[in-house]
Design a protein around this ligand. Structure first.
Ligand code: BGC
Ligand code: NOJ
Length: 828
């Protein structure tokens, strides 16, 4: 069952029923100011950091779900409704939500009155613009009223939802004309404020939530003021400050009126915090006055429909430019809309927000993840390489000089998060992959010389190359008894906690290590990760390639020797005959082996081992992929492990706490499905790669949205696996490494358009029935129009390539630096 459709020409997903199986959201903003907005206008906004600088309030896990956002209420002679249906939920005569690239348009109609609301955050602007167009579609004049409402968060989202003894008494506002200012804590220790304005005179307002609702026993679905068609004109003093405008409107038949609301954020320098004069119309109970210059300028910027149209146009152009860098036309529409629009869009969102704020991430739990952000760059780097470069330097600066890393950092402070700490065994390796991806995209070898400090030597002079070096050797220097990397606190799978042995409720599997390992440095020196081993052999060659380019032949040879040794160790101790084992636990027992009772096979190490060609000479690659297909494949994707754990294994940790089929215990983790898709494509099984891809790619789930539940335009972290009661049900949509890795899988492995150090490789691994495809790829200053022909209907293999009509040996397009070039590839 579907709840909407893709409008590819407009790059929109159009939702035509407000009752989606879960709120289907969009993100506004891609720089400093961000908003989450659902198809019924639920959600919230924040500036840069969803925890420390939350602007509007939102209650997670609320009943009913998704109550709280920015709402407009219309009182049309006693009929009360919202353009986005919620919160009043009056049945509408028409409803539509269009989620586009950085904007959302929600339209509702009731009794011949139409309200179309466009929400967006303009480029280089710290505010959300909400343009409301009201049209009287009836044959008679209509008089009605419109109320707006936004509830302020008292800045620190964590404190806001816990510290009520204080924050019920701190709320402060100012009102000037049609603008309501939120100034809680401004006088004392903050220099930022928020405002909500409308570009017209108003007929009343409210700034105190309980006065707006009329009773503490009312919800957003039945505010007294709206019912009575009479604002309370309340002035907030503590409790919960809100901002609501009341406006009476009369429209002749066919007439429209546009109101532009702006929800903005601004900061003042310390010496310019206060205004000298108190304007006569200012409502305040303070003796000081907020300096509003910045707000005035922001309001001025979008106070007419023409200015709003120009802002939207600028946003559209930005996205059209971003999406013109890589574009394909394949025989499959769903692939086209994923690659050309939605997957790239999601990559921008994950790049911006890491795993911080979504409808499943509360924005207070996590900052930027070391491994997360490095992987996010893989899917984003071609869009704005300069931002990727900046991010790489920020992330690397939280690394320690021995190659270890802080697992997370706060975006506002850019400092490693000491509460979470480090010792996640995979973290350093992703850094090698992301820096290599950046160089392959841009040819900017200069990044290796960039000055990047270590967290434990903030003033020292260190280069990015040194960071890569310590990352690589952090693995080599931390091997266990079988010569495999120590698992430490966890590897990519946060829920395999081999040094935890937790038997006490409330102990965090993520941060707790058992005191019995204290003498060994905090974690077991026996538990080893075969996944990190495979990631090392997959990633290592990029490091070697970098050293070779720098003509550091000896260092390159030394690193290569470590990779070769690791492959040997894996074959000797971690190949189980038909697949690679997952780990050795702290008791020295195999995990993810035929010998195990449950969890005999895991997905994670396999793809990287196959792509590293470990044991290829004895057929380990194909055997492994066949085992995955046999044991992990099911209707909706590949499960993480099989059989699912049905008991608590204290030696494994969190993974065995989940009911079978969910999350890391045999859920379909779409992130690591991508690694198998890449591996299938790598060995040339294009049909299988595409089968695996099409099970999880969101556009392919659209028809079964009632089962899949989450948005059909973006990936979620997880889909209920075959052992789950809710088999096929998606969760944790939007903020997941899946976005980047599936972008890599489809574009670089299946379609095979892959930046390499010395050019652009084209090595497709496609379904055999495809006649071919075309692609446009902007790369290092040039534009390549690529035509791939598949006359013999093979899955893989490039027989001939021409660039501008001239035959080129192999399948790497050389760097051209400018101009448009025609590339023809014949498979066979
Ligand atoms: C989740 C993981 C997540 C981790 C870190 C775990 O509970 O299952 O997916 O990565 O927490 O927050
Ligand atoms: C989500 C986390 O963000 C990511 O870092 C982790 O690798 C996966 N969960 C798997 O546990």
């Amino acid at each position: 069952m579907k709840f909407g459709f893709f409008d590819d020409a407009k790059k929109e997903y159009v939702i035509n029923s407000p009752k989606t199986p879960y709120p289907w959201i969009n993100y506004l903003g891609n720089q400093g100011f961000f908003s989450l907005i659902s198809n019924t206008a639920g959600g919230y906004c924040f500036y840069k950091d969803a925890r420390l600088r939350r602007i509007t309030r939102y209650r997670y896990n609320n009943v009913p779900l998704d109550m709280g956002g920015r709402y407009f209420y219309i009182n049309d002679n006693g009929t009360i409704w919202n353009p986005g249906w919620s919160p009043v939920k009056t049945p509408l005569d028409f409803y539509e939500c269009r989620h586009g690239m950085g904007y959302t348009v929600i339209t509702g109609k009731k009794n011949d009155l139409k309200a179309e609301v466009t929400f967006f955050v303009p480029q280089n602007y710290d505010g959300e613009v909400q343009q409301v167009v009201l049209t009287n579609e009836s044959k008679e004049a209509k008089s009605f009223s419109i109320f707006s409402i936004a509830e302020w968060c008292l800045w620190d989202a964590q404190d806001d939802c816990t510290n009520f003894q204080r924050n019920f008494s701190t709320g402060r506002v100012e009102i000037e004309g049609s603008t309501i200012y939120h100034v809680t804590e401004y006088r004392d220790r903050r220099n930022h404020y928020a405002f909500y304005t409308v570009n017209d005179t108003i007929d009343g307002y409210d700034t105190d939530r309980d006065s707006f609702l009329g009773s503490i026993y009312n919800g957003w679905d039945n505010p007294e003021t709206v019912k009575a068609d009479k604002p309370a004109n309340s002035f907030a003093d503590g409790w919960s400050p809100v901002a609501s405008h009341y406006k009476k409107v009369t429209l002749a038949p066919g007439e429209s009126k546009t109101l532009i609301y702006i929800l903005g954020y601004a900061e003042n320098p310390q010496d310019k915090k206060f205004a000298a004069e108190k304007p006569a119309n200012l409502l305040t109970r303070e003796t000081w006055v907020l300096n509003k210059e910045k707000a005035y300028a922001m309001i001025e910027k979008y106070n007419t429909p023409e200015k709003v149209a120009a802002g939207l146009e600028e946003l559209r152009n930005t996205w059209n430019d971003l999406l013109s860098i890589f574009n394909v036309n394949t025989p499959d529409d769903k692939v086209n809309r994923m690659v050309n629009i939605w997957n790239q869009y999601q990559c921008m969102v994950t790049f911006n927000l890491s795993r911080s704020a979504s409808y499943f991430e509360s924005g207070i739990g996590r900052g930027m993840g070391f491994r997360d952000s490095n992987q996010d760059i893989l899917g984003f780097v071609h869009q704005i390489p300069e931002r990727a470069r900046e991010r790489l330097i920020d992330i690397a600066s939280t690394q320690l000089s021995d190659g270890g890393c802080y697992h997370q950092y706060q975006p506002l402070t850019k400092k490693g998060n000491a509460d979470i700490g480090g010792d996640f065994s995979d973290d350093p390796l992703w850094m090698i992959l992301s820096v290599a991806a950046y160089i392959k995209e841009t040819g900017d070898w200069g990044i290796l010389d960039a000055n990047v400090p270590f967290d434990d030597d903030p003033n020292g002079k260190h280069t990015m190359l040194e960071h890569l070096n310590v990352s690589f050797y952090h693995i080599v220097n931390n091997l266990g008894p079988h010569g495999l990397p120590l698992a430490m606190r966890a590897d990519w799978n946060d829920c395999i906690n081999l040094s935890c042995f937790s038997d006490t409720p409330g102990e965090s599997f993520q941060t707790y290590t058992n005191p019995k390992f204290a003498a060994e440095g905090g974690y077991s020196k026996v538990a080893e990760s075969a996944f990190v081993a495979a990631l090392f052999t997959y990633t290592g060659p990029a490091f070697v390639g970098i050293l070779e380019h720098l003509r550091k032949a000896d260092e390159a040879a030394k690193a290569q020797a470590e990779i070769d040794k690791m492959k040997k160790n894996v074959m000797e101790s971690a190949f189980d005959g038909d697949w690679f084992i997952r780990a050795y636990d702290a008791n020295g027992e195999k995990m993810g082996s035929k010998e195990c009772e449950e969890g005999k096979i895991f997905i994670e190490p396999q793809g990287f081992a196959v792509m590293s060609e470990i044991g290829k000479d004895v057929g380990a690659d194909i055997k492994t992929l066949n085992s995955i297909d046999k044991y992990l494949n099911c209707e909706y994707g590949l499960v993480l492990n099989n059989p699912a754990f049905t008991k608590y294994y204290i030696q494994y940790g969190e993974i065995s706490t989940y009911p079978g089929g969910y999350k890391e215990n045999a859920g379909i983790f779409t992130h690591n499905n991508a690694w198998i898709i890449c591996a299938e494509a790598y060995v040339g099984r294009g049909d299988k790669a595409f089968e695996d891809y099409s099970k999880i790619a969101p556009a392919f789930t659209e028809e079964t949205s009632d089962i899949h539940k989450t948005e059909p335009y973006v990936y979620g972290q997880m889909i209920g696996g075959k052992d789950a009661k809710n088999f096929g049900q998606g969760k944790n949509s939007w903020l997941t490494g899946t976005a980047a890795w599936n972008m890599v899988a489809i574009s670089q492995y299946i379609l095979g358009v892959q930046p390499v150090f010395d050019g652009l490789k084209v090595d497709p691994s496609i379904p055999h029935e495809w006649d071919g495809f075309t692609a446009v790829r902007k790369f290092r200053g040039a534009t390549f129009n690529i035509t791939v022909k598949n006359p013999e209907h093979v899955c893989k293999g490039v027989k001939a390539m021409t660039v501008d009509g001239k035959a080129v040996e192999g399948n790497v397009i050389p760097v051209c630096e400018s101009g448009t070039h025609e590339v023809e590839i014949v498979m066979g």
